[in-house]
Design a protein around this ligand. Structure first.
Ligand SMILES: [Zn+2]
Length: 214
């Protein structure tokens, strides 16, 4: 599964795995799981995360490689959060080839950049009680800019502001498009419209699997 932030990729990957009876392998979960089990890789990951640094490709790749060796992965998996870069996509092909396997299909949940900004920048907090959380799309207050519970003005955190989100996307989207292009070049990419509802996107993905682009 390929998709930027805000596209509901994690939710869709989980639904898809259930429907297909495959394991859902999410890189974020793998990091956490390895840290929890205190594996050699987990200890490495922890060091990077504690420094606020990105986990290097070779560590991530080893972790995925290890996970693909588990019995529940024998029939295939739905990968989520990996590959994140072209280099990781190439590494994935290599590790699968060693197992006599390959990527069947890359499913891209496509979402317009401004729609992503709209979804991710919708969060507003009550200035009096920050536990009172609103979202302009998912949970709008009755009166714009005002808390339903105590009437206090709503404020937006720096991280949730559109300009912050746009700056973050400038960093995150180019590598994702490299991955998209990689699978397009290999004739494995199916794109679905991520602006639809969760249910509709899930149906589109199942249809894309039934009728691969190839
Ligand atoms: Zn409030």
């Amino acid at each position: 599964m390929v998709g930027g932030p805000g596209a509901g990729k994690g939710t869709q990957a989980s639904l898809l795995a259930q429907k297909l009876g495959l394991a859902h392998v999410a890189s974020g979960d793998l990091f956490r799981d390895n840290i929890k089990r205190d594996t050699t890789l987990g200890r490495k990951v922890k060091q990077y995360l504690e420094r606020g640094a990105l986990v290097p490709d070779d560590v991530t790749v080893q972790m995925i490689d290890d996970r693909l060796g588990w019995p529940d992965a024998a029939e295939g998996v739905v990968l989520d959060g990996f590959p994140r870069t072209r280099a990781q996509a190439e590494a994935l092909d290599k590790m699968l080839a060693r197992r006599g396997a390959e990527v069947d299909q890359a499913l891209f949940v496509d979402l317009d950049r401004e729609e992503v900004v709209r979804r991710l920048s919708g969060r507003w907090l009550c200035s009096k009680t920050p536990d009172h959380v609103y979202h302009t799309i998912a949970r709008p207050p009755k009166v714009v800019g005002q808390c339903d519970i105590d009437g206090a003005p709503l404020v937006q955190r720096e991280d949730d502001k559109p300009e912050t989100i746009r700056a973050r996307l400038e960093q995150q989207l180019p590598p994702m498009y490299e991955v998209v292009d990689y699978y397009k070049e290999h004739g494995k990419l199916s794109t679905v419209n991520g602006e639809k509802s969760i249910q509709e996107v899930s149906d589109l993905l199942m249809r894309a699997i039934a009728q691969p682009a190839r």
